[in-house]
Design a protein around this ligand. Structure first.
Ligand code: SF4
Length: 283
């Protein structure tokens, strides 16, 4: 295990004191340190939102992209260099709102990526509007009389879309979260980890205490490879909410099925070295 300090950048997070994203940041750094992956072998890609500032705070490669586009950028990086550990991060607005189409297609391809969503049920950066995961009746700036749209449940969505590692965590339990992230990184395929990460400034309902009263860890005898029970578990949200690895499957990745990518990382193959002759064909 490497020292966690190796993965801390010199940039001080701008998040509000107490924001759940601090726990997620710590969990990600711990996970990378526990796997002893060198900083140069990790890329963290984000979209837009409070949580999407995260790549600045980790001492690895980082790419702060545009709203909802972390998955396409992460996909491109992974296809160019499959030897990189590529982690996409962002919030529920970024991933389940504007980026939802990209997410579904990333999952159905079973790309070997890890996607971590800091889910707080509001748009924090734009000062507290309802997001795709806002609970029904939640009063926000954009829904003063309460949300009337059904919230997205990302866990069954990920399972039926083709993700092969689907987990839920709570930023108030960093150790558990970092274990899940480490397992997600080493999983061969698309891992989606939805992390409850309270917005202490704009969501006064889904607070740390609200989650602490509801979340529980999946039992030791729970079998995440059983699709039927995983779907059933993924709908538990009212009184108790399960955290842990909810679904896992062993399926070929996109990269393994591609005849060029399965040989070696694209950047290491001679075939992509453009020379004057090949360029001439396009002139
Ligand atoms: Fe975190 Fe909410 Fe503050 Fe954004 S507004 S930094 S999500 S607490």
């Amino acid at each position: 295990m490497a020292e966690i300090q190796l993965y801390r950048s010199k940039i001080i997070p701008v998040w509000c004191p107490g924001c759940g994203d601090f726990g997620v940041l710590n969990g990600i750094q711990k996970a990378i340190a526990s796997l002893d992956i060198k900083s140069k072998d990790v890329l963290i890609v984000s979209g837009i939102g409070c949580s999407s500032n995260l790549p600045h705070y980790v001492n690895t490669y980082g790419f702060h992209s545009i709203h909802g586009r972390s998955i396409p950028v992460a996909t491109g990086a992974k296809l160019a260099n499959k030897d990189l550990s590529v982690i996409a991060v962002g919030g529920d607005g970024d991933g389940y709102g504007i980026g939802l189409g990209h997410l579904v297609h990333g999952m159905r391809r079973n790309l070997n990526l890890t996607y971590i969503v800091m889910n707080n049920g509001v748009y924090g950066l734009t000062t507290g509007q309802a997001s795709p995961t806002s609970d029904l009746d939640l009063s926000t700036k954009s829904t003063p009389t309460g949300v009337i749209e059904n919230p997205i449940n990302p866990i069954p969505l990920a399972i039926i879309s083709g993700a092969t590692f689907v987990a839920r965590a709570f930023s108030g339990d960093t150790n558990h979260m970092s274990e899940l992230v480490a397992n997600g990184i080493t999983h061969n395929g698309f891992s989606m980890i939805d992390v409850f990460s309270p917005c202490v400034t704009y969501n006064k309902i889904n607070t740390y205490d609200w989650y602490r009263n509801k979340v529980y860890k999946l039992e030791d005898d729970y079998d995440p490879t059983n699709l039927e029970s995983a779907i059933k578990k993924s709908y538990e949200y009212e009184d108790r909410i399960p955290t842990g690895l909810i679904y896992k499957a062993d399926k070929p990745t996109y990269e393994e099925q591609d005849s060029v990518l399965n040989q070696a990382a694209l950047i290491k193959q001679d075939a992509i070295k453009l020379n004057d002759q090949s360029l001439d064909e396009f002139r």
